[in-house]
Design a protein around this ligand. Structure first.
Ligand SMILES: *[C@@H]1O[C@H](CO)[C@@H](O)[C@H](O)[C@H]1NC(C)=O
Ligand SMILES: *[C@@H]1O[C@H](CO)[C@@H](O)[C@H](O)[C@H]1NC(C)=O
Length: 408
């Protein structure tokens, strides 16, 4: 009897929803080039350069009626071998004093050394607050952000597209919605979080975004309800991309007026036009299984994993053959820079950008303090959060923004 009840207790613990678990894994670069099968299908080439990671079905055209990319792909750059999705963002350039553009390399995130080209870190968060999520359906795509935006007011339509000025590789505080205006010693991290409510039927509308929405009130993290128009809770998809600015951080290389020298491949110094694109491509119901199992980090017994070096072997040749690394006289595609170059008059001074919202301390969780532990990389606080606020040993709870604190 005794050992049985111990077993039952152990099972209860194991089966208790570990609400803070989140998939977190690395995807190496697949190819970096001027293609955009969502916004400019069929166009060789699209207006601006993207870095693409994920499965090797990425192509000039990716018809959403052709739902079976996970069946047709033969490799992926991601650590989960069943994830043939594609993920992409714009890339970053440094503009030298002589006017030439040099591509800013990317660097590996913590835990993911060796990912080719720096790649990106991808998160899928299942339902917090014991709520379930419905994994994306085959043929699903979405875009968050708008490369035309250049103002804080426009960018505020997207709650969680931000930048972190890395003082160390593990800095996770002080997110801003615009580009940092001072040198960031270890680089600049782009944080791209997608909306978490779906209309339940549209896979890919013409604007690639009206089928998803933010919760009607509160946040995904706080268990906020989805609006009636978009009632289905989907996993929170989140990219981190680290731009290795270290070789460009010397102020003597920056414009003489002190303005910040980094410009996006779509012609934006402000950062308000940051955006991310997603083409779902998980095999079968593998993502749903991982979400239901509350898998944690880059290991999940429900999924097939592969090493970063195996992922590195998956790559595509550029279909748009052109020089993108520089020095270049013009941005690839002759992209014109639109909008201001912020930071003038800022030589060596302090000019901290537009804070998302200062929220230095995680919101305490009444009624849930008792012995509940959030795992590393899991959520541990934020507006409306009522889950665990104690982090597993070896990690510390740090506020990332007003909605989200994470065990790091
Ligand atoms: C990409 O598209 C081209 C032209 O449509 C086609 O020939 C090629 O097989 C496609 N590649 C993949 C991996 O589907
Ligand atoms: C401009 O400056 C960059 C950075 O110092 C350098 O790599 C590049 O060769 C220069 N280009 C010209 C045309 O002088």
């Amino acid at each position: 009897m005794h050992s049985r009840s111990l077993l039952a207790a152990a099972l209860a613990l194991a089966g208790a929803p570990s609400v803070d678990a989140v998939l977190r894994f690395s995807c190496s670069e697949l190819v970096t080039e001027r293609l955009d099968p969502l916004v400019f299908p069929g166009a060789i080439q699209s207006p601006h350069v993207h870095q693409i990671v994920g499965g090797n079905m990425f192509n000039v055209t990716m018809d959403h009626q052709r739902n079976n990319i996970a069946e047709e792909a033969t490799c992926t750059t991601c650590q989960f071998a069943e994830d043939f999705s594609n993920y992409w963002t714009a890339i970053l350039y440094f503009r030298a004093r002589n006017g030439s553009y040099i591509r800013v390399p990317q660097r590996n995130n913590i835990d993911f050394d060796g990912a080719r080209g720096g790649g990106m870190t991808v998160y899928y968060a299942p339902g917090y607050q014991n709520q379930k999520v419905t994994a994306f359906a085959p043929g699903f795509r979405m875009i968050v952000g708008n490369p035309m935006y250049r103002t804080s007011a426009e960018a505020s339509k997207f709650r969680q597209l931000t930048f972190t000025c890395l003082q160390t590789l593990s800095t996770r505080t002080g997110e801003t919605t615009d580009m940092p205006k001072n040198p960031c010693p270890e680089g600049i991290m782009s944080n791209v979080r997608f909306p978490t409510c779906w209309d339940g039927k549209t896979l890919d509308p013409p604007d690639h975004s009206s089928h998803v929405a933010y919760p009607a009130s509160g946040t995904f993290e706080s268990g906020g309800a989805c609006p009636a128009s978009h009632p289905v809770r989907i996993p929170q998809l989140f990219y981190e991309v680290i731009w290795d600015t270290r070789r460009f951080n010397d102020r003597s290389l920056w414009p003489e007026d002190g303005s910040q020298p980094f410009v996006w491949s779509y012609g934006d110094y402000t950062g308000y036009g940051t955006h991310g694109d997603y083409v779902f491509g998980w095999k079968g119901d593998s993502l749903q299984k991982a979400m239901d199992a509350n898998c944690q980090g880059a290991a999940c017994s429900q999924l097939r994993s592969q090493s970063i070096s195996v992922g590195n072997n998956c790559r595509q040749a550029q279909k748009v053959a052109e020089a993108i690394d520089g020095p270049l006289a013009r941005l690839p595609g002759d992209v014109e820079i639109v909008g201001p170059q912020p930071g003038a008059g800022n030589g060596g001074g302090s000019n901290p950008g537009t804070p998302v919202t200062p929220s230095p301390t995680p919101v305490p969780s009444p009624g849930n303090g008792g012995g509940c532990v959030a795992q590393k990389w899991g959520q541990c606080g934020g507006q409306g959060w009522s889950g665990c606020t104690t982090c597993a040993s070896g990690s510390t709870c740090r506020a990332q923004n007003q909605w989200y604190s994470q065990c790091l």
